[in-house]
Design a protein around this ligand. Structure first.
Ligand SMILES: Nc1ncnc2c1ncn2[C@@H]1O[C@H](COP(=O)(O)OP(=O)(O)OP(=O)(O)O)[C@@H](O)[C@H]1O
Ligand SMILES: [Mg+2]
Length: 239
């Protein structure tokens, strides 16, 4: 996009830049090629990563909207940029798990890949300095991050996202193991899904081979990172 719609940089994160626009109700989000893991202790980057994550997110959000989930997404502007509604992000990362993996499997002594009897929703405080610690909804209310009502709505929406995405990926030969969501508040008070949904924020396993098709390839030095992200975009775009 051109500089006429992109004004000052509001926030530079590890994977994206958020810009103000002439319309105070909207932001422009630019997806970068950078990748980080383990609280940014591990860093990397590859050409096309930002474009791939932008394309995956921009393909999924309208489908989620159509399924009745309000989101911040407005439109894709270019290969690496999208227009979104400006929201106040609730400082809680919402993790939804279908299958035990990662930190959850480790801390509970579970084998990675064990299907959970029902989905698990977890909350982490969005603080890199503190390592995104696990919290519960009482903590979030007590510390003024969100109201009880907002958190109930967030949980409901997170499970709706899960109910849409799980069969969507299953139909494309992918097991959706777990994923991280962020929610924000519009000036009206409405809670909407914000941020991205991509191989950076989800665990995707190939249904046939169990091969990892997500950021774990980067985290665990499994190789084929670019190829896996590219393959996930192809699966998402599959009719
Ligand atoms: N619609 C929106 N309005 C305001 N902020 C948003 C919106 N969507 C996403 N964000 C925020 O923009 C930032 C995107 O940058 P990025 O994902 O690179 O951050 P990060 O380095 O992962 O750090 P963070 O821990 O804050 O997510 C995040 O802080 C995210 O919460
Ligand atoms: Mg982020």
């Amino acid at each position: 996009m051109t500089d006429t719609t992109r004004s000052e940089l509001r926030y530079e994160g590890k994977a994206k830049r958020v810009y103000a626009t002439p319309n105070p109700a909207e932001y422009l989000v630019e997806y970068k090629d950078d990748a980080t893991a383990f609280n940014a202790q591990k860093r990397g980057s590859w050409a096309g990563k930002g474009a791939t994550n932008n394309a995956i997110t921009a393909a999924l959000y309208p489908k989620l909207e159509a399924a009745g989930i309000p989101t911040h997404f407005i439109e894709k502007l270019s290969s690496t940029e999208q227009r979104v509604k400006a929201v106040t992000i609730v400082p809680v990362e919402v993790i939804v798990r279908n299958v035990a993996a990662g930190s959850f499997a480790k801390k509970l002594g579970l084998e990675e890949g064990k299907t959970l009897a029902r989905p698990v929703v977890e909350y982490c405080y969005k603080s890199d300095a503190l390592g995104d610690p696990l919290v519960n909804t009482d903590t979030a209310v007590a510390l003024g991050w969100a109201s009880e009502g907002d958190l109930a709505r967030i949980r409901e929406l997170a499970l709706q996202v899960r109910d849409f995405l799980t069969p969507f990926f299953e139909q494309r030969g992918i097991r959706l193991i777990d994923f991280k969501l962020e929610f924000g508040k519009l000036p009206s008070g409405q809670i909407v899904l914000a941020d991205e949904i991509s191989p950076d924020t989800c665990r995707f396993w190939d249904a046939e081979t169990n091969e990892k098709m997500d950021k774990d390839r980067f985290r665990r030095d499994l190789g084929g990172v670019e190829e896996a992200y590219g393959e996930m975009l192809r699966r998402v775009e599959q009719a």
